[in-house]
Design a protein around this ligand. Structure first.
Ligand code: NAD
Ligand code: USQ
Length: 401
């Protein structure tokens, strides 16, 4: 079959070969399972960088996680399906090209980046590491695709924070502009809020360039803040669990609020809590990726979807958690360690993934059915000292403790 028939073949949803970069991480692992369960041939690439950040910060996932080897062995024992593994660093260009040549994927799903905004704002070393790891890694992926097979569909995890909080409705990646009587379709202007979010903007520009110049096909998924820990497949065996971060560097806002509620700690709303964000359940994340893989972008197309299911202010998130929690939960406005607008317009277009068939889960359901019980089970593993924010945006040399 000629490689350009790939689009038609992928819509069938069977026997597609998918390489999941960052497949040992919070989202990459459940996505690898979801794609494998859907009948795709899946392989995972990771260098375990995320596990090393745990050692550096002196923290660990609330839910215990197994090694990648045990995870894949367990999956094979339960389902008979194999997930191949490639251990290596995306910053090693030869490794990326050789792995791509060896596995010959139809699609590459790219999660493998340093993904914490506070981590990128610790000091110069951490900012440089973040941008080097993310931008160089993604460039190596683009070169590998161009050299091995330009028909490979790149599905790249971007972030809603690339846009910042403009005083305009946020479109899906592109904006039709009329200026002095002329019109053009331009990339939506970006004004991100950390060196991490900036690394994603740099990636997006590099990917769009590669699509335009080499005819690559890519889907950039500008995802909102993810919450939740379980998917139908990770629940099948404790050895399939994915990580769950709660510390002030890697823990994301809703996951932190749930843990704070269960522990009887105040929910730490930064500033007034008026800052609004897109949010998405982890079960919807994995399905969005499957939908993007199943419906690939066209050759030369840089396609952008805004990957979120609800938009809420941080204050509303805290209220939702406090209301759903069966006990008492206190909400506390603490000084905001970040520099970000907390009173602003926010209206995002997110119709692309729904038009492909996404049926969203809602925060109010997930909290009660899944999140509180998970946290209750593992509450003794929480190190309360790790809850307080330590990284301040205005400082160029933060101490971690
Ligand atoms: P994570 O840190 O849990 O997973 C990332 C994985 O990539 C880790 O296993 C890490 O070891 C691996 N990795 C990082 N750099 C690598 C390199 N150079 N070579 C090989 N492997 C490398 O992060 P996550 O929460 O699963 O996020 C995955 C992606 O989704 C990231 O790109 C992130 O920016 C994006 N995203 C996450 C969220 C969220 O709320 N978690 C929201 C929006 C977007
Ligand atoms: N916040 C609080 N209290 C807390 C923690 C956070 O009020 O205890 C606030 C932050 O100030 C921010 C918002 O909640 O306004 C979101 O913070 P976050 O840490 O949950 O999310 P963020 O730093 O933006 O990063 C996370 C992921 C990142 C992903 C991003 C999606 O770590 O990988 O890219 O969410 S988005 O925010 O849409 O860019």
């Amino acid at each position: 079959m000629p490689r350009h028939d790939i689009g038609r073949r992928q819509k069938v949803g069977r026997d597609v070969r998918v390489l999941v970069l960052g497949g040992d991480g919070y989202l990459g692992w459940p996505t690898a399972l979801h794609l494998s369960e859907a009948g795709n041939d899946v392989a995972v690439v990771d260098n375990f960088l995320r596990r090393r950040y745990d050692e550096e910060l002196g923290v660990c996932s609330l839910v215990p996680i197994e090694s990648l080897e045990v995870r894949t062995r367990t999956w094979h024992a339960l389902t008979g399906r194999r997930i191949e593994t490639f251990v290596g660093d995306l910053c090693d260009g030869d490794f990326v090209t050789e792995t791509t040549r060896a596995f010959r994927p139809d699609a590459i799903v790219h999660f493998a980046e340093q993904r914490s905004a506070p981590y990128s704002m610790i000091d110069r070393e951490h900012a440089v590491h973040t941008q080097h790891n993310n931008v160089v890694g993604t460039l190596n992926v683009l070169y590998a695709i161009a050299e091995v097979d330009p028909a490979i569909h790149l599905v790249k995890l971007g972030t809603m924070g690339e846009y910042g909080t403009p005083n305009l409705d946020i479109e899906e990646g592109w904006l039709d502009v009329e200026h002095k009587g002329r019109t053009d379709r331009v990339l939506f202007p970006k004004r991100p809020g950390s060196f991490y979010h900036l690394s994603k903007v740099h990636d997006s520009h590099n990917i769009e360039f590669a699509c335009r110049v080499w005819g690559l096909r890519a889907t950039d998924l500008n995802q909102g803040v993810v919450y939740g820990q379980q998917t139908e497949l990770t629940e099948r065996d404790p050895a399939l669990a994915t990580r769950f971060d709660y510390d002030a560097v890697f823990g994301t806002v809703l996951n932190r609020f749930v843990i704070q509620a269960v522990l009887g700690e105040p929910l730490t709303v930064y500033g007034s809590g008026g800052q609004t964000r897109g949010i998405i359940d982890i079960r919807d994340t994995v399905e969005c990726i499957r939908l993007a893989v199943t419906h690939p972008a066209q050759p030369g197309e840089f396609r952008v979807f805004n990957q979120l299911t609800e938009q809420m202010s941080v204050h509303e998130m805290a209220k939702a958690v406090a209301t759903a929690f069966p006990g008492a939960a206190e909400v506390e406005n603490v000084e905001n360690p970040r520099v970000e607008a907390d009173s602003h317009h926010y209206n995002v277009v997110f119709t692309g993934l729904r038009s492909l068939g996404l049926q969203p889960h809602l925060l109010s359901d997930t909290l009660i059915t899944s999140l509180f019980p998970v946290v209750e089970r593992h509450r003794d593993r929480v190190d309360r000292a790790m809850l307080a924010p330590t990284v301040r945006w205005r400082s160029t040399a933060n101490a971690l403790r």
